[in-house]
Design a protein around this ligand. Structure first.
Ligand SMILES: Nc1ncnc2c1ncn2[C@@H]1O[C@H](COP(=O)(O)OP(=O)(O)OP(=O)(O)O)[C@@H](O)[C@H]1O
Ligand SMILES: [Mg+2]
Length: 581
């Protein structure tokens, strides 16, 4: 990834935009940090006074005055440091909070394609790990750079006060230190990016292994999963070590540079070549001031590592935030459509797959009628019905609802018209009740939810559970059977009471008896609604108004059950083979 200077500045600016709303804590922190710096600056003078007092044989009233001042200085310093650290940590956590809120919000409104391409684990890791890095950078950088550079500045002032000549000698080291810091920044950023990637990979692989734990067990995938993970784990360790080694080496080199300057200076002082009659108290004051710059200098260099990692984290975070949200430019809002659906010369291809999945679909489904879509696996049935709620955008042609292109509706308004029972039901880790009364349905009355649960035969199994409808379903509904999950999804669709109903293999996980029962419930539900039904079991679609057969993305047959049976085409062959079973 290129890090041009302007690119980096943009990142700084965007990070700053997260800091600005919380600016109020900054003055508080600043006051604290100024106190810390000032009390630091006072210590060399105190040391100088100690030497003076000692030389004077402990007279000059220094015997009590000095320890008392020293004690008070550290008390003030402690309070100031506490205030600074707390207020800046507050800032850091506030930034994390806001960043996470923004990212999560964005995660809920990205186009379906985005989720197809990006592994969930990597997205999770961005939300957890990357934001943490950014915050560490921000609070760390502010504390260290303000407090420590302030401290260094006043210490340099003290050094100059004690001896301008000695200060000038030490100053020679400054450009070398600056150059070292610059060199290390690049390395820190590079390793930071690699660590992030490996964190994302680790989350992804872990998530996969946990989700597929049954497959891992039966197909003996433990070793494969462990190897995959250990590779990533190792990469993470290595990159981290590189970062640490670079940081430590930078530390040591900086210390060497400063030490070289100091020893040179002491040698000069002892030689008496330039400095005649240098007072011991002045010399000690100077040395103390200089020695005290070492710790903050070290922190500045170390925080640079955090800063660069934070920038690297910000870089990928902002990339995600900049991903365009689902296109939603339609302005038409409707309360309830009639439900006439028309596909006009519509073709579609997924971005990730090369070929067209649906070609030249022309289809009119009149309001309130039902249409079954049958065809081989992979023929494009789910894709076709998924275009209606605009999970994906059609590539050419049009999909119209009540005669208006679905792109002209406000997305929210469009989706409000549609109920969906999808092929793979995923439930939320909540109660059965809340899974039925989900989202916009959350305000539904208890009795409405119970009626829907009854109609979808949810009550039948919920009553067996200790807490009935208020029993929890587990992660993704893991505590329930596939058929039970499906019934909850159907109850949710019944509760929504929308003019359009999409049933994609809605009863595939049910036994024939349960299917028959639910089928009659669904038939009642379908009355007066435009319904698109996908089913492999043809017995469940015989009663619909019209049936189309999809084959490799093309409509090959169309008609009522009786018409298609007499045609002796794909449909009748499929039907016969199912009934001869
Ligand atoms: N998210 C996706 N990204 C890329 N290609 C996809 C995606 N979903 C499906 N496809 C491809 O599109 C084609 C049609 O898939 P689709 O899910 O519509 O089939 P289907 O008729 O519903 O099959 P099934 O009866 O097995 O559910 C398949 O070749 C599939 O590989
Ligand atoms: Mg499908």
């Amino acid at each position: 990834m290129p890090h041009t200077r302007s690119h980096l500045i943009t990142i700084y600016k965007r990070l700053l935009r997260y800091v600005i709303p919380h600016w109020r804590v900054i003055p508080l922190a600043l006051v604290g940090m100024v106190f810390v710096a000032a009390s630091n600056a006072y210590i060399p003078f105190l040391m100088s006074q100690v030497i003076e007092a000692l030389e004077d044989g402990g007279r000059a009233g220094g015997s009590l005055y000095i320890p008392l001042v020293l004690f008070l200085t550290f008390i003030v310093r402690g309070v100031a440091d506490f205030g600074a650290v707390c207020s800046l940590s507050w800032l850091g956590r506030a930034v994390i909070h806001d960043l996470r809120a923004d990212i999560f919000k964005h995660y809920t409104r990205l186009p379906t394609e985005f989720y197809d391409i990006n592994p969930t684990g990597a997205l999770v890791s961005k939300l957890t790990y990357n934001t943490e890095q950014v915050s560490e950078a921000i609070s760390g950088v502010v504390v260290v750079s303000i407090r420590d550079s302030l401290t260094i500045a006043v210490l340099i002032g003290a050094m100059i006060y004690f001896s301008p000549l000695l200060s000038a000698m030490v100053a020679v080291a400054a450009p070398v230190v600056g150059w070292l810091i610059f060199l290390m920044s690049k390395a820190f950023r590079r390793y930071g990016l690699r660590i992030q990637t490996s964190m994302g990979d680790a989350t992804r692989v872990t998530e996969e292994a946990l989700a597929a734990h049954r497959i891992v067990k039966v197909f003996e995938g433990q070793k494969q999963q462990r190897n995959q993970f250990s590779e990533i784990n190792e990469r993470n360790r290595k990159q981290f070590m590189k970062l640490v080694v670079t940081r430590a080496a930078g530390d040591t080199l900086t210390q060497y540079t400063v030490t070289a300057a100091v020893t040179a200076m002491i040698a000069v002082a002892f030689s008496g070549l330039f400095i005649q009659g240098l007072d011991a108290s002045v010399f000690i004051g100077f040395l103390t001031a200089m020695g005290m710059t070492l710790a903050p200098l070290k922190r500045i260099i170390n925080v640079n590592a955090a800063l660069q990692r934070g920038i690297a984290a910000g870089l990928t975070l902002f990339e995600t935030i900049d991903e365009p949200a689902e296109p939603d430019f339609g302005t038409t809002t409707v309360n309830k459509v009639h439900g006439e659906i028309e596909f006009k010369d519509m073709s579609f291809a997924y971005k990730t797959s090369k070929g067209t999945v649906l070609s030249n679909i022309n289809l009119l489904v009149s309001a309130g009628s039902s249409l079954a879509i049958v065809g081989r696996s992979g023929s494009g049935k789910s894709t076709l019905v998924g275009l209606l709620p605009r999970f994906y955008e059609v590539k050419s042609g049009q999909v119209c609802l009540d005669g208006l292109d679905i792109r002209d509706y406000q997305l929210k308004s469009l989706r409000r018209q549609i109920s969906l029972v999808s092929q793979d039901v995923i439930l939320f880790d909540d109660t059965i009740f809340n899974n039925i009364a989900y989202g916009a349905l959350a305000n539904a009355s208890r009795s409405a939810v119970e009626t829907a649960a009854e109609a979808a035969y949810v009550t039948e199994f919920a009553n067996e559970l200790p807490e009935g409808l208020d029993s929890r379903v587990g992660q993704r509904g893991a505590l329930l059977s596939g058929g039970q999950r499906q019934r909850i999804a159907i109850a949710r669709a019944i509760l929504k009471d929308s003019p359009i109903l999409i049933l994609d293999e809605a009863t595939s996980a049910l036994d024939t008896q349960s299917e028959k029962k639910i089928q009659s419930a669904l038939e009642k539900l379908m009355k007066g609604r435009t319904t698109l039904v996908i089913a492999h079991r043809l017995s469940t679609v015989e009663h619909v108004d019209r049936i189309i057969v999809l084959d490799e993305g093309v409509i090959t047959e169309e008609g009522t059950h009786i018409e298609l049976m007499s045609k002796k085409g794909i449909y009748s062959r499929l039907h016969e083979s199912q009934f001869s079973d």
